[in-house]
Design a binder for this molecule. Sequence first.
Ligand SMILES: [Zn+2]
Length: 240
Amino acid sequence: MTTVPFLKRAREAHKVVVLTGAGVSVASGLKPYRGPGGLWTTNSELASRVVAGVDAEILWTVTCDWRKELANAQPNAAHSALVAFERNLTTRGGAFTLITQNVDGLHTKAGSLNVIEFHGTLKRSRCAAACGAAPYIDERDEGPVPTCERCGAPVRPDIVLFNEVIGAHEDWTAKRALRDADLFVAIGTSGTVSPASNFVRSAAYAGAHTVLMNLEAPDSAPFTEVIRGEAQTLVPELFA
Ligand SMILES: [Zn+2]
């Protein structure tokens, strides 16, 4: 229930935080994680191959598969609309923070500037032994597991695996943005699991209007407003 239309609210907001999930990348040809056709639902063993402590070769095989899929994926209308919205908002003196759970790098590719890649990105690799060598851009998608030039340990994608902790920088910058937000919008994510479920509580505590935009809406989402639809349709309309 809401009295102010979203379009007007978005145009008048000053500090906007957007959280995006897999639903935003579906129109770019990438699979969602859950639901019909989702990565975890169509391949029941896949989740066990991207979990903390998994064998380096197993993880590298998944990484190569995902990088091959990503190589041809282009940002869609939802990504582009968020780029334009950020530009307009910052031009009028507002602040925009885009937190994404996606590891596909498409927001950055589209041109979004203030992006927090909460779960890391497949576009980078890093030393699996965390020897201190800096993560680096890496598009390799075949061959044996590369090794760290500094310490010789296997290399892995710079993403957060199941049972791993979110990066301190990502966690801190996300929380700081939410603390000041007057509008929080979660797009293409169910809104019921972490981090979305925590973010919406933080944003509401800060006094923000909270909105969920997703194809499916849970029965009891802790959002002020729920708008159902596909990201590539809703986002260009509502962030115009
Ligand atoms: Zn190393």
